[in-house]
Design a protein around this ligand. Structure first.
Ligand SMILES: CCCCCCCCCCCC(=O)SCCNC(=O)CCNC(=O)[C@H](O)C(C)(C)COP(=O)(O)OP(=O)(O)OC[C@H]1O[C@@H](n2cnc3c(N)ncnc32)[C@H](O)[C@@H]1OP(=O)(O)O
Length: 212
């Protein structure tokens, strides 16, 4: 149960805007492997040129897999996908497979790589994938800072160098300053030599009660 605050409001509700208060959904012991196998399939789906009969077999097997899983569909916030910080990408296939290394009020650092599924052109990571990485990072930066839930008002990305597939990389972000509901954040994506591949600035705006 949430409690009334001194302004007569509801602390939990105000902290979460119009969001439900999600409880983390713990994954079973095989969920990491489950995500891994789907990442492999994502890579293969965009990197193979198989004969038609093999494509037909793949469709049949994928349909059978869909039929196996369909009865277990759940609503938002009820699947372990996206909620498990021990699994790369928190177990979400939308996110690249990055792992949280540091998560505190000073900022958040993650380490990981992009895969064939994230290919843009000529061996480089797709330019739309990098804002995804930053946007999600800034969400966690806000969470780690202890600030109320926020949404991205703007996200600016500078692409400084080609970002390669498969190489281990590091991204780190923090809140630079706060002005009322507005948290101004920044982050850098680097290779292991410390070269900045991309950097980003974002405005994260605290949600008002009831804002979705
Ligand atoms: C372990 C699990 C972790 C889990 C971690 C999970 C991480 C996931 C994180 C994902 C984050 C997202 O992608 S969120 C999805 C992408 N973002 C969105 O969809 C947001 C869509 N936009 C909105 O809903 C709205 O614009 C809001 C709620 C953000 C703000 O609307 P509002 O409440 O009406 O606010 P408004 O008065 O307009 O603005 C408030 C102040 O911000 C300023 N402002 C607003 N927009 C801008 C802007 N683009 N550029 C400059 N300034 C702006 C205004 O001038 C004002 O300043 P002043 O006059 O006060 O000075």
């Amino acid at each position: 149960m949430s409690e009334q605050n001194s302004r007569g409001g509801d602390d939990a509700y105000e902290h979460h805007g119009g969001f439900p208060v999600y409880e983390p959904v713990k994954a079973g012991p095989n969920f990491g492997r489950f995500v891994d196998v789907f990442r492999r399939l994502q890579d293969l789906a965009v990197s193979t040129h198989a004969p038609d009969d093999v494509v037909d077999q793949a469709i049949a097997q994928a349909e059978a897999l869909g039929d196996l899983l369909e009865p277990y569909k759940v609503g938002e916030g009820k699947s372990p996908a996206g909620f498990n910080v021990d699994i790369p990408g928190r177990g979400s296939l939308l996110l690249p497979p990055w792992t949280i290394e540091k998560f505190d009020a000073d900022g958040v650092r993650e380490r990981g790589h992009f895969r064939r599924y994230h290919l843009g052109g000529n061996g480089a990571v797709h330019g739309g994938t990098i804002p995804l990485l930053f946007d999600d990072l800034f969400g966690m930066v806000i969470h780690a800072s202890g600030r109320p839930i926020a949404r991205t008002g703007y996200l600016h990305v500078n692409y400084r160098k080609i970002t390669p597939l498969w190489d281990e990389l590091v991204v780190e972000g923090r809140v630079d300053s706060v002005d009322g509901r507005k948290a101004f954040c920044s982050a850098e994506l680097r290779d292991l030599d410390g070269t900045v591949l991309a950097d980003s600035e974002a405005l994260m705006i605290e949600l008002l009660p009831g804002q979705p």
